[in-house]
Design a protein around this ligand. Sequence first.
Ligand code: NAD
Length: 492
Amino acid sequence: MLSRFVNQELVECINFIGGKWIKPAEELSHIKNPSTGLTIARTFRSNALDIAQAVKSAQAVQKVWAETSLRERAQILNQFRGWILENMELLSQTISNECGKLPREAQDGLLKGVEIIEFSMSLPASERLYKTPVSRGVTCEYRREALGIVAGITPSNFPAMVPMWMIPNALIVGNCFIWKPSEKTAMTSLLIAEGLKKAGLPDGVLSVVQGDKVTVDGLCDHEDIKAIAFVGSTPVAKEVYKRATSLGKRALTLGGAKNHIILMPDADKETAVEGILASFTGCAGQRCMAASVLLAVGEVDHIIKTLSDRAKEFQPKINMGAIITNESYIRLCNAIEKAHKEGAKVLVDGRKVTIPKEYEKGNWLNPTILDNVTAQSFAAKEELFGPILSIIRCKNLAEALAIENANPFGNAASVFTTRGDVAEYVAERAQSGMIGINVGIPVPREPFSFGGINQSKFGHGDITGESGIEFWSQRKKITSKWIQQKSNNWMS
Ligand code: NAD
């Protein structure tokens, strides 16, 4: 499989079941490199029979895997960690080829994945399950158990990092994992499956089933799959949560976002400009943590002027990657036009972009800044998922917070200020799961967990950190009583 990537041949994104590569019955579509427009892979759709095959291969090994010592499982993850680091270039180039982001951005995502593997590997050292005497001769004890066979469904924008939010934590506690990657960026899944096999993961412990809604529905409906984690857009996250839980499964589904940055007049200009620019342009704005609304409080024109000047200097492929599909690119251009018609001033127009010849067929949109956007307009409300920043002018912090908190999502919110009291005020009141103070992308580092609130997440807990371990496992409570037998004459 690796050789196809190295030789840059057309890749077939097929299933990985029981340690073997198997083509699903139905062909789905193809993947085009967002930077060049060239077709680089064919994709397939798994149906209920393919899923049943993956479940069967997991059933054959799950008990043995769960009985394998925690230390041995951690050692396999450690091998996998090493494999990722050794193959960093191939992995980041593949991610860049299929989802458009710059290779260095892909590498950042992979390193976050490595951080989570390290967290999972630390479980043998950190696991302190509780055992205590509760009355004479009686003890109570917690033991952690795997759920059995579990599944994860991942989005297009982080083909390696988001799966790494799930796979290491699910495996370390003894589950078999069935992964459905995004059909838009399925190539990376082949490399990850290969890497885990090379690391010594027994066949059947990880399966990859390719596909779309049909496959997702099949996973939700399969009665032997005990838990579903999902990351993607809010409407789908809601549907998947409903479908999985209605059938008695444990579910945690992370949805979309509309993240706000509050810019205070006392903010340090350089810190704010760098943080805001990185937030809305990183991965071409196609991140669930990207800020897309700037709540400009009071007189901050000097900061906005520098921000706009820097945004105008961006060059495709050097400062920013491409938009994932041509449909998304057209949708974003239409959004800019619509916002303009609704009265927004286009301070920086990313549609005017000079594209190098070899990338002319790619989906390129430079950073775009819209000023005087109203809180009621669609640009302020909808997740646009591109490098577009909408500025809403606010009289004071109370107005900015009211706008932030009226938005139904709750992934991230940030504030740029030099005042500790303002930072604390925002941290306490902003209705978001992850808060940034002078940080534009407030992704917590492990062991702090990742997860939003409100319409950005359905289900209890977070996807990483200890929450992740809890999600993929169950606790057994054991109460034991041992009575000393009088007949045990060997005791005295
Ligand atoms: P998406 O919702 O279109 O797809 C996500 C997954 O769901 C894919 O595997 C896809 O095949 C599947 N899917 C698509 N439509 C489906 C349907 N109708 N029924 C069942 N399954 C379906 O999302 P995307 O475009 O791949 O990713 C971008 C979205 O993901 C954005 O909204 C972004 O904010 C969100 N996201 C959220 C987080 C987070 O942590 N909250 C992280 C990354 C991405």
